[in-house]
Write a protein that binds this ligand. Structure first.
Ligand code: FAD
Length: 320
């Protein structure tokens, strides 16, 4: 049985689903939870619904917004106290920043962007896509890696069923370290939809949407499905939508339950960011478009005919 410390990210005082799913990988092991932020008492209490041995929360007004040095210091304090065999997190902008710092400090092995994980005794094996998803590497930590640090790609594991436990709660002390960087403000994007990396459904558009005005027909479909909007780089570069919406090698890596690609050819750099989606629906007027090789369902047709019809059909189905 391994001792696992799981870092669970929060947003607006709630634990993110992409973090809760990490608890699935801990079943059958001794698991400890780590929360870092401000105003975390409720989030920490909510974890009692899951099977964990202890909950460590580091809360401080200085941790309200992400700061690399602060989060690194907060996590390091708890890792030193718990002394886990495995440190687990969900791959995000923040963790991809401070987990490597932890690995360097702890002289630990580090594997990022893993899509599967198997922990048996002291052995940790993962799979991770390489070369823009062209191949899947199996990786294992060497014996001499004292702490094994793993970041999982979001939406790869199910959230475990609730199972009441009586973990000990520890509020850990925190003194902000001296650093040259202060985060003064974080401005929220206009969208109330989940971030692309956490979305369960994504409706994504490419150059086939004709222009910025044409792209807007995707709003209705996304609204109907409660989906987040994504985009190919071609239309980000053309200035139709912001870069925060870009999916792919130089954009975001996403893995929703449903990815609807509208007028996207399926270039390798786009596939790199979305090919581990559970179900992929592609709409393209070219039957030879490479996206169809990755799609679970393909619709050969004009997006301007197909998308409104899909929206109406979803509306009928979801009304029941
Ligand atoms: P196109 O390739 O032009 O495809 C448009 C598609 O729409 C075509 O298949 C066409 O048949 C279809 N179409 C046209 N009209 C209609 C219609 N009315 N109805 C239905 N279908 C229609 N790309 C990314 O997406 N993300 C990245 O992160 C990324 N990173 C990159 C990094 C590097 C280093 C490089 C070199 C490239 C990168 N690219 C990335 C760009 C990538 O190579 C492609 O150029 C881009 O993905 C193409 O976008 P697209 O599919 O929207 O456009």
């Amino acid at each position: 049985m391994a001792k696992i410390l799981v870092y669970l990210e929060t947003a607006n005082g709630k634990i993110k689903k992409t973090s809760l799913e990490l608890l699935s990988a801990c079943q059958g092991h001794e698991s400890h939870a780590l929360l870092i932020g401000d105003g975390l008492k409720d989030a920490a209490e909510s974890l009692k619904k899951y099977s964990v041995s202890s909950i460590h929360f580091v809360q401080n007004s200085a941790l309200k917004n992400y700061n690399s040095s602060y989060f690194f210091a907060a996590a390091l304090g708890v890792v030193s106290k718990v002394n886990p065999d495995v440190l687990l997190g969900s791959s995000s902008l923040g963790t991809k920043d401070f987990f490597p710092r932890l690995a360097a400090k702890l002289d630990a092995g580090f594997l990022n962007d893993c899509t599967t994980i198997s922990i048996q005794g002291n052995s940790v094996k993962v799979k991770r896509p390489l070369y823009s998803g062209k191949c899947l590497a199996e990786a294992q930590f060497t014996e001499n890696s004292k702490i094994k640090i793993v970041l999982m790609r979001p939406n790869q594991l199910p959230v475990p069923t609730e199972q009441a436990s009586s973990p000990q709660l520890f509020e850990e002390s925190f003194v902000p370290p001296t650093t040259g960087v202060r985060v003064k403000e974080v401005s929220q994007g206009a969208s109330s939809k989940p971030d692309l990396t956490e979305a369960a459904i994504i409706v994504s558009g490419g150059r086939g949407m004709r222009d910025a005005e044409g792209f807007k027909i995707l709003d209705g479909l996304a609204e109907e499905l409660g989906a987040t909007l994504g985009a190919s780089r071609a239309i980000v570069d053309a200035g139709w939508v912001p870069h925060s919406m870009q999916v792919g090698q130089t954009g975001k890596t996403v893995a929703p339950n449903l990815y609807i690609a509208c007028g996207i050819s399926g270039a390798i750099q786009h596939l790199a960011g979305m090919s581990s989606s559970r179900v992929i629906v592609a709409i393209n007027k070219d039957p030879e478009a490479p996206i169809f090789k990755k799609a679970t369902y393909g619709i050969v047709g004009d997006v301007f005919d197909v998308v409104p019809k899909l929206k109406e059909e979803f509306k009928k189905i979801l009304a029941h």
